[in-house]
Design a protein around this ligand. Structure first.
Ligand code: SF4
Length: 381
């Protein structure tokens, strides 16, 4: 099997079908301005720290390098590109001020790694590794995301966990600090290194993803970024493109597909049923109230009558039944396997970690049934 990277693992986790389309079928994602922008900022951060001896490049050198490295791909308009370019200069001026003031030579820049995780090859590049005064390592990954990273996100970020695994294998030194560097605000968002159980969990995840890929398991899984760049290959979106050119207007395209009418009819029937159920419950409650207030057991309409009864529900006390059946060796006869209690047990804190993992590994599909999930489309969709 080909080596996996963090990006591939993250793509598989978000949608296995997207992984297949990109990394097996070789479809190319559309170019996007913010990707080009992020790549250029990465290059500049690398350029700044990749010096043989201090000092680092001057601000003019850094800005010249930025200009030469600029990537124009993916911007919606010349104006958008210009705005991004000016914004990038501001970011780099801040970056230069902060890091030239306390410049220290990093241990490694864009460090390529290629490690083995339980037989699976994992490869990647770590943006920057610093050696701390304590002798331990600090890992920095540059990000051009819009928002800062909350601490919970940092604590569970898989990329940092995998980079810690890689760095400790490469240098045989403990990682003491993990950082996602938020370029847009020049803010290092740092957290503590991972402990044994989290590293173990990440190793298991890498193996699990590799096994799923080897087993050709590529279901489409909808997520917050849908539709991706390949909706015409996705079972959730392909219908909009059936028999029509991708560029045709959606409404016009759908008007030629008979199933589009079925969808609208299904949704409107569901709404009617819901409304009728509300009305039914309201009327039922009025009749019950009337019978209770008037002490009646039956009320008459013009063609029908409705009888009111308090229906009793009987059952057994578990303790009493158990006390009777257990001595007879029959208690097991009335117990049955309870899936929801098992799920509760797995997510609770009563289980030892290895038993929890073994139980999780036993999870499998035991039946399937068709179900429909309607939703209102937004203009964008
Ligand atoms: S649009 Fe389909 S293939 Fe693309 S990410 Fe969403 S579910 Fe996966």
């Amino acid at each position: 099997m080909r080596p996996l990277s963090y990006t591939q693992i993250a793509t598989y986790q978000s949608c296995p079908l997207l992984y297949r389309l990109q990394y097996i079928d070789g479809l190319k994602p559309k170019e996007k301005g913010y990707f080009s922008f992020g790549s250029v900022l990465h290059l500049c951060a690398e350029y700044f720290f990749r010096v043989k001896v201090p000092p680092p490049p001057s601000l003019n050198e850094l800005l010249d390098y930025y200009q030469q490295s600029w990537l124009s791909e993916g911007y919606q308009s010349a104006e958008e590109e210009e705005n991004y370019q000016a914004y990038g200069r501001e970011i780099l001026i801040g970056f230069w001020r902060i890091h030239s003031a306390d410049f220290r030579m990093p241990l490694a820049i864009e460090k390529m790694f290629y490690i083995d995780i339980d037989g699976i090859k994992l490869r990647g590049f770590i943006d920057r590794v610093d050696k701390l005064d304590s002798g331990g390592l600090s890992i920095v990954d540059y990000k051009s995301n819009q928002e800062l990273f909350p601490s919970e996100y940092l604590r569970s970020n898989l990329q940092l966990t995998l980079y810690q695994l890689a760095a400790e294998q490469l240098w045989y030194l403990p990682v003491e600090k993990l950082t996602l560097y938020h370029l847009r605000s020049n803010t290092p968002c740092s957290c503590q290194p991972r402990q044994g159980s989290q590293l173990e969990e990440a190793r298991r995840l890498v193996v699990e993803v590799a096994e799923n890929i080897a087993g050709n398991r590529f279901p489409a899984v909808e997520n917050q970024y849908c539709p991706c760049d390949f909706p015409e290959h996705c079972p959730y979106y392909r219908h909009q493109y059936m028999g029509n050119s991708i560029d045709s207007d959606r409404q016009a395209a759908l008007s030629r597909i008979p199933e589009a009418d079925l969808v609208e009819r299904y949704v409107s029937l569901q709404a009617e049923i819901k409304e009728l159920e509300c009305q039914l419950e309201e009327v039922r409650q009025m009749i019950v109230d009337f019978c209770q207030n008037e002490g009646l057991s039956r009320v008459f309409g013009r063609e029908h009558a409705v009888t009111y009864k308090l229906v009793e529900k009987t059952g057994f006390s578990e303790d009493m039944v158990r006390a009777l059946l257990e001595p007879e060796g029959l208690w097991g006869e009335v117990l049955s396997f309870d899936q929801s209690r098992l799920r509760h047990l797995i997510t609770g804190d009563k289980l030892a970690e290895d038993i929890r993992q073994q139980l999780k590994a036993l999870r499998q599909v035991i039946s399937t049934y068709p179900r429909l999930f309607p939703k209102k489309l937004t203009d964008e969709e």
